[in-house]
Write a protein that binds this ligand. Structure first.
Ligand code: BGC
Length: 482
């Protein structure tokens, strides 16, 4: 928005807009400083003793060739939905068929009892199998890739220990425990004919699914309810696995869990609003980076700014109006911010309608300007910070040219997220300006293939293949693979 739009904005609001601009803008020098620290932290996470970024080895030990075959089930336990898929990797290179069903993840399950969660999941799987396979009694057990997108030691299927819940989940008795036996018990109680072949993260799935169709894909990212990335490391660069004496050139996909970057608050320019989010979250002190970027938090950051300005002495916003709906924590999600940023009208009439319909608030023209600018600042900051993570992995691996596969609601739906991220990558990595608008950037962040469906199936296939070839690393109970 140019300065002309603000000519009629009263002084107190102008002052606030300037303050918010200072708080939320991140210049090139700062982006570079964050990226430098990020590279060090990625390395630290691979060492014995580690750092705040977990850098979990996933035991996915190759890229797909495109010639994987077979039929697999995939289960995706995301932040919002539960999705069950059946994927057939066909004889045609890089081709697959998929059938799928989505089930809503009831909100109360996210903070309820562990047993209820596992039983709900087992029921959904059973329903899916009955619908697509009929009588389950005669069925041979189907191999399943389970996309469990939380920080857990992954694909190490007998040690799928959940380090901690993220994305607002808070179910007692699961953190610090292996989720695999809990899940398997629920399956056997319900008699679901499934053998769990791989426990995967959505980012690893995204990396593998994207590399199945595009060999330039080197990094998989999710910018959705949560945010995270995975990439392929060499075992020789993972000191915390040195005791296993794996050949140094052997690939190992790493689920970074980069949401935990800078939990010690050394470089990220946190605002008082970020501090409030953290303080009132189920896990204060955790996921510092994620809380500034992920879809779960963007609307809440915006809401906190609005409430703060309303309550502030000397600042007049929504004066005399009932803001009780706005006071409700997490009542605005990132699609609310998307809608504000997408408002095509000069007078921001769609934003005005949104405030009226959703919150019962009638913003003035100047308040609408402030609302739009605040949304832009929060959305832009998220995109620019995301680019620090992508640049850090690229720098660590020495990638000067590659594709990055990205998925998630923020990446796919938030306006300008892609172009703002691309612009920040250019600044951080010092690329010259494009001479032709159609030119590809050296590192392009592109829409990924379906990681938690096709990716999970591929990882199940790769795991079965390597076990068959005698590579038992990370597999504690080979009998599960007979
Ligand atoms: C989780 C990650 C996941 C990411 C994206 C984060 O909250 O910790 O495991 O990959 O969200 O879904």
């Amino acid at each position: 928005m140019d300065a002309d739009s603000y000519v009629d904005v009263p002084k107190d609001l102008l002052k606030e807009i300037e303050r918010l601009e200072q708080l939320f803008s991140i210049d090139t020098a700062k982006l570079k400083q964050i990226t430098d620290h990020f590279v060090n932290e990625l390395e630290k996470g691979l060492r014995v003793g580690g750092g705040s970024i977990p850098m979990n080895p996933t035991w996915v030990m190759s890229f797909p060739t495109g010639y994987e075959t077979g039929t697999y089930l995939a289960l995706d336990m995301g932040g919002t939905n539960l999705r069950v898929c059946q994927i057939t990797l066909t004889d045609q290179k890089s081709e697959f068929d998929i059938i799928q069903s989505k089930y809503r993840m009831p909100e109360e399950l996210k903070t309820g009892e562990a047993d209820e969660l596992w039983e709900y999941i087992a029921d959904c799987l059973m329903q899916f199998i009955e619908t697509h396979h009929g009588d389950t009694a005669k069925l041979e057990k189907l191999p399943l890739g389970f996309t469990f997108s939380y920080p857990a030691s992954q694909n190490y299927i007998d040690e799928g220990v959940l380090q901690r819940w993220t994305k607002g989940f808070d179910i007692a008795g699961v953190e610090g425990h292996n989720v695999v036996p809990m899940f398997e018990e629920a399956l056997s109680r319900r008699g679901v004919p499934i053998k769990l072949t791989a426990l995967i993260n959505d980012t690893t799935g995204t990396l593998i699914a994207s590399a199945y169709t595009d060999t330039k894909m080197k990094i998989g990212c999710i910018f959705g309810t949560g945010c995270n990335a995975a990439y392929m490391e060499n075992c020789g660069s993972i000191p915390k696995l040195a005791h296993l004496n794996l050949p140094p050139e052997t690939p190992m996909a790493i689920n970074c869990e980069w949401g935990a970057f800078d939990n010690e608050h050394k470089v990220l320019p946190r605002t008082p609003y970020d501090e409030m989010i953290d303080r009132d979250s189920p896990r204060p002190g955790q996921q510092a980076f994620e809380k500034m970027i992920a879809g779960l938090y963007l609307g809440e950051i915006f809401r906190l700014v609005m409430v703060d300005l309303h309550d502030k002495q000397g600042t007049h916003i929504f004066d005399g109006q009932d803001i009780s709906a706005l006071r409700k924590a997490y009542s605005l999600d990132s699609s609310f911010l998307s809608a504000i940023e997408e408002d095509p009208f000069e007078n921001l009439s769609e934003t005005a309608d949104l405030f009226q319909n959703r919150l019962g608030i009638n913003p003035s023209k100047s308040e609408l300007e402030l609302i739009r600018r605040t949304a832009e600042l929060i959305g832009t900051r998220a995109a620019r910070l995301s680019a620090c993570g992508v640049s850090a992995i690229s720098r660590k691996k020495g990638y000067t040219s590659c594709h990055v596969g990205a998925d998630g609601s923020v990446f796919n739906k938030y306006p300008h997220f892609k172009s703002r991220g691309a612009e920040a990558l250019r600044e951080i990595l010092d690329w010259p300006e494009k001479t032709n608008p159609n030119e590809e950037d050296p590192i392009e962040i592109l829409a990924a293939e379906d990681g938690s469906g096709v990716g999970a199936a591929l990882i199940a296939a790769l795991t079965l293949e390597r076990v068959k070839a005698g590579n038992m690393h990370g597999i504690l109970h080979p009998e599960n693979f007979k």
